[in-house]
Design a protein around this ligand. Structure first.
Ligand code: ZN
Ligand code: ZN
Ligand code: ZN
Length: 372
């Protein structure tokens, strides 16, 4: 798997006329070699050129963390008194005094600044130039893992909708912590977020759950996801789902607005076909909400790609006219957020396939009424 990826990366480097690729902290590195760098001040960096075998430059005492894949890369540990930037630069000496180097988006700027100082004649571009399109089109086994991740959070959503997770009288933070525990129990290694927003707090799309106590007779918006645990140091894949429940019977006004949202989300999923422009799917959802007078309250883009990273290419947003490709996996998450009053969102992860859009999340999309 990693060998195939390396070959595809090299082809992409050729096409993009990139001479070297440098990957440090962030998701590109585990995607490429199944090792995630520690986000610390000691440099870990994979050096990929078009010819030589990639080399992972890493603090010596972190070498035991690496699952070695000698067919894909070699490992070079550096001691506490060595300068790792010098080691990376030495690996790139073969390029000469100029060339184009792509560097991981999440790399600490202190290392980029030091490398630029050491290699003043080179051009620097983002790693997305090389790996962006590759990561955005999922391989079949990546689709399986994303589907398994989605099934895990679907079961948590079902528990929420079925009233197995008590709401009334608990704080948002407490419910958020329970969602987190359940996400981990469903085969995830990490919880990326567990938004719980009650009543007026649901009008803030990225609300931070706090000590607000959930009452009877209000909406509770829950948006949660994590990263799966995978064997052999292989990278985990992300889940992301939003469902809303109401603690009691909702007022007719909310019910009508939610119905429009439900339909907007359903129509957008249907529209996410191979070859459709990413922005056209956003427009479908937004147009339906406009018919219900809610578009002014739809405050964010329709969706984001998902994979080893919770948010990645492709983005479903006005201005992105790139066609969706089979293998793209992304969220479809329209919402409405009426400041100080209430809000709602419905989010699924959807795979674009040659047979049409395939929603990976199956949890009930309706507004669940919970009484406890
Ligand atoms: Zn978000
Ligand atoms: Zn979400
Ligand atoms: Zn999302």
């Amino acid at each position: 798997m990693f060998e195939t990826r390396l070959n595809r990366v090299r082809e992409a480097m050729e096409t993009a006329e990139v001479d070297a690729l440098l990957l440090s902290v962030g998701p590109d590195l585990p995607w490429m070699i199944g090792y995630e760098a520690m986000a610390l001040e000691r440099l870990t960096m994979l050096v990929v050129t078009r010819r030589d075998q990639p080399k992972l430059v890493i603090p010596s005492f972190e070498v035991p963390r690496v699952v070695e894949r000698p067919d894909v890369f070699t490992v070079q540990g550096w001691g506490e008194t060595e300068d790792p930037v010098e080691l990376v630069a030495a690996e790139l000496e073969g390029l000469g005094a100029s060339g184009t180097v792509a560097i991981g988006d999440h790399t600490w700027s202190r290392f980029l600044v030091a490398l630029q100082h050491r290699m003043p004649g080179h051009d620097w571009v983002s790693s997305g130039t090389v790996v962006g399109d590759l990561r955005a089109v999922k391989e079949p086994h990546e689709l399986d893992r994303l589907a398994a991740a989605a099934a895990g959070v679907d079961r948590v959503a079902a528990a929420l909708q079925g009233g197995d997770i008590a709401l009334i009288g608990r704080t948002e933070a407490d419910v958020s912590a329970e969602l987190g525990r359940r996400i981990l129990a469903e085969g995830h290694a990490a919880v990326n977020f567990a938004i719980v927003a009650a009543g007026e707090n649901a009008s803030s799309p990225h609300h931070h759950p706090g000590d607000r106590v959930i009452k009877a007779g209000e909406v509770v918006l829950c948006d949660f996801g994590g990263t799966t645990a995978e064997p052999h140091g292989e990278p985990g894949y992300c889940s992301d789902i939003t469902r809303c429940v109401y603690t009691g019977e909702p007022p007719a006004e909310f019910r009508e607005q939610f119905d429009a949202l439900f339909e907007s989300q359903r129509l957008a999923v249907e529209a996410a076909t191979e070859g459709s422009a990413a922005q056209s799917v956003d427009a479908v959802a937004r147009g339906h909400l406009a018919d219900a007078g809610l578009d002014q309250w739809f405050l964010h883009r329709l969706g984001h790609g998902i994979g080893v990273e919770a948010h990645e290419d492709p983005y479903l947003v006005e201005g992105n006219d790139a066609p969706l490709a089979a293998g793209n996996v992304f969220s479809i998450e329209p919402g409405f957020y009426i400041a100080g009053k209430w809000g709602a969102r419905i989010e699924d992860i959807v795979a674009c396939t040659t047979d049409g859009p395939r929603p990976l999340n199956q949890a009930d999309h309706n507004l669940a009424i919970v009484e406890a």
